[in-house]
Design a protein around this ligand. Structure first.
Ligand code: PLP
Length: 393
């Protein structure tokens, strides 16, 4: 397989990690669906749950090359990647420091399960490096961040966290789902392990559930050791689908990001909108930091309306943008985090993170931005006027 080490990201997306078709020389990867492989005269004993079938092995190379890591692993979901990684490095009596604002499912994993394993945890009170430092204890083994964060697109200083972790001999782990390696490569800043919900931008078409990890081989070996016991591998057909999807990762993310920037600016000027959360806006408190560590600002944004406008009514009035769960498909979607990704948090926990009930998270797709804008403004303005008059706004 050609390594494409010095190639651009688009070339890596298209070509790295193609499973060779030596027999027929087809232009794309064949799918090896075998769950049983020769064991006698071979160097590697292959089995799906060992994360080493041909399709898994080759797609891992694409992910590793994009993330600038030594290796990668593919899982059946983002949570399979996250839970396997955390449990591989943490045991009874260990402590983890986690960013206050992380994906609700990750928080649930920690709060619902870690006590049973005797793993101690602390969520930071803020997102500055000092907020992490003051949580470190003698038994802290791992620092976990997610930037940009879900759903308020807060930005954490990746290099500062990586340095903090190194100075305390602690492992640093990041959820890079929102940015993708097209926009942000945390390993270049010194982060040890990068995790993904590949269900999102890696898949990109809202039809794949998958997860991924990128790290140096030593860490991959540790995660693999537990991963083969837990069995969170992805089926080879879905691995093949993911490889196909990732061929367009770079162009999709860049097209979606361009739309997001334009729409964030338009929303900011809309008289019904109170606040827009997008790191690419100069008004974002971490705009400079985002500019420093990201190559662009991503395609996710959130916003809240002025008082008196009902977000649910707004979502119902949309004609083009789908009010639906998840994110990062080529189609634009919106949701209410308070009723979906962060529904299991208590109202106090949501309020503490700044997530109000009416907050709308907008996953910007790659439709024509003007059409998206018309959907947001024209169709909804009629409805807004009714709602607004009704509520005396
Ligand atoms: N990380 C982030 C940032 C997410 O948004 C999600 C899911 O929405 C996950 C992890 C979990 O991924 P999955 O749903 O693929 O298990």
């Amino acid at each position: 397989m050609a390594s494409h080490k010095n190639s651009g990201q688009k070339t890596i997306c298209v070509h790295t990690g193609e499973t060779p078709d030596k027999q027929f020389r087809g232009a794309i990867s064949p799918i090896y669906m075998a769950s049983s492989y020769e064991f006698m005269e071979v160097d590697v004993k292959r089995y799906p749950r060992y994360f080493n079938t041909p399709n898994q092995e080759f797609l891992s190379k694409k992910i590793a090359q994009l993330e600038h890591s030594e290796g990668a692993m593919i899982f059946s979901s983002g949570m399979a990647a996250i839970s396997t990684t955390l449990l591989a490095f943490l045991g009874s009596g260990d402590h983890i420091v986690l960013q206050k604002d992380i994906y609700g499912g990750t928080r649930n994993l920690v709060e619902e399960q870690f006590d049973r394993y005797g793993i101690e945890y602390t969520f930071t009170s803020g997102l500055y490096v000092n907020d992490f430092e003051c949580c470190i204890q003698p038994n802290t083994k791992l620092i976990y961040i997610e930037t940009p964060s879900n759903p308020l697109l807060k930005i954490v200083d990746i290099a500062a966290i990586a340095n903090l972790a190194k100075s305390h001999n602690i492992l640093s782990v990041i959820d890079n789902t929102f940015a993708t390696p097209i926009i942000q490569r945390p390993i270049d800043f010194g982060i040890d392990i990068v995790l993904h919900s590949a269900t999102k931008y890696f898949g990109g078409h809202s039809d794949i559930s998958a997860g991924a990890l990128a790290a140096k081989q030593e860490h991959i070996d540790t995660v693999w050791n537990l991963g083969k016991n837990l069995g969170g591998n992805l089926s080879d057909f879905m691995v093949w689908m993911l490889e196909r999807s990732m061929k367009t990762l770079s162009v999709r993310v860049k097209a979606q990001q361009k739309n997001a920037k334009k729409l964030a600016k338009k929303l900011q000027k809309n008289k019904y909108v109170d606040t827009v959360y997008y790191p690419g806006l100069k008004s974002h408190p971490n705009y400079e930091l985002a500019k420093k560590q990201m190559n662009g600002f991503g395609a996710m944004l959130s916003f809240k309306f002025i008082d008196g406008i009902d977000s649910e009514q707004f979502l119902k009035a949309l004609k083009l943008i789908k009010p639906s769960m998840s994110l990062a498909g080529i189609e634009s979607t919106m949701l209410l985090p308070s009723r979906t990704s962060h529904a299991l948090l208590s109202p106090e926990e949501r309020a503490d993170q700044g997530i109000c009930d009416g907050l709308i998270r907008f996953s910007v797709g790659m439709e024509n931005s003007d059409d998206l804008l018309i959907d947001i403004t024209m169709h909804c303005t009629r409805r807004f006027n009714k709602v607004c008059r009704f509520r005396n706004v």
